[in-house]
Design a protein around this ligand. Sequence first.
Ligand code: PAD
Ligand code: ZN
Length: 374
Amino acid sequence: MTTAGKVIKCKAAVLWEQKKPFSIEEVEVAPPKAKEVRIKILATGICRTDDHVVEGMWPSKFPVIVGHEAVGIVESIGEGVTTVKPGDKVIPLFLPQCRECKYCRNPDGNLCIMTDLKADGVMSDGTSRFTCKGETIYHFMNISTFTEYTVASEFAVAKIDDAAPSEKICLLGCAFSTGYGAAVKTGKVTPGSTCAVFGLGGVGLSVIMGCKLAGASRIIGIDLNKGKFEKAMAVGATECISPKDFTKPISEVLSEMTGDSVDYTFEVIGHLETMIDAIESCNKNYGTCVLVGIPPSGKKLSCDPMLLLFGRTLKGCIFGGCKSRDVVPKLATDFLAKKFDLDQLISHVLPFKNIQEGFELLNSGKSIRTILTF
Ligand code: PAD
Ligand code: ZN
């Protein structure tokens, strides 16, 4: 019996309040409205950004369903949807690409006007598609993936090859595309260059993979948790260091290691102090520092303008600076062509109902990416 046009009752991980555990609830998912699609989620990864919502570091309305790194199958489509159809394998995109707004039309822009930057938690018509126990549940970045079914704009889904394995390809929804794009698209890492990556979680490891694909000859991984070094080396780091092993500033350590300084630095943690470290650590004349980590909401970065005056470039990016609907299907094809591997990013695979355990693994530093399967 078809579910199209009907409300679907399914399980979702609802976050009723900040700093509280997830609660698996039965929710109602309304049919997609015009230009929207309803998706059956197959697999979803746990990213630090989801935890930022739990901890109140990323603004959100509550109750909310978070999750933003997933793959699924289109269950039904709303009126006027032309680019996907029921049965298509898709990756929901927290950064949509309408292809019409000023940002989408700019060759370097990727911050589509439809992005939920203000964390309104509702679809473009101002309403939510989720309810639970009679209450409205808010969306996260317009794609909420910690649920068996979700609704997203047609502009926030990328159709990918059906053959792509769900447990791996969901990483194109955030970690891999973000890290790869930060190195290749935003940083524009050049062959033979030296890079330093601060933070070796799922996104940091993906930056390392991007630096390697761009031809960097030396990639230094930096993390307080030495348990992250093995995987960092496996994906392409040439050496790894922990700031705990040094009393001097990390910029001096890197300067001594390289005989001068590194060409590109990436901050993939989200702390103000490590952002300053990353700026100070790239070459003062022609170095590029890319901020990827998401800082606590409302905090200000303060640094000496002389850091930039000699020529350094400071950049940042969301989703690696990639135009999401253009890039994700191509990356899926490249993955199937074995141009890169995603295995090292996945430390745990758990059933969806064990979501809380997945967050505990993230917070204890034991996981890279935990993938939840449905
Ligand atoms: P993660 O928590 O898995 O990894 C962060 C790593 O940083 C861990 O291995 C920590 O041990 C390490 N770390 C923490 N503090 C320090 C420190 N002071 N010095 C050195 N290492 C430290 O996170 P993740 O890889 O999922 O995400 C990393 C950040 O990127 C996080 O802030 C997340 O919100 C952000 C992000 N940004 C985008 C984007 O589009 N810009 C996308 C996805 C994630
Ligand atoms: Zn993410």
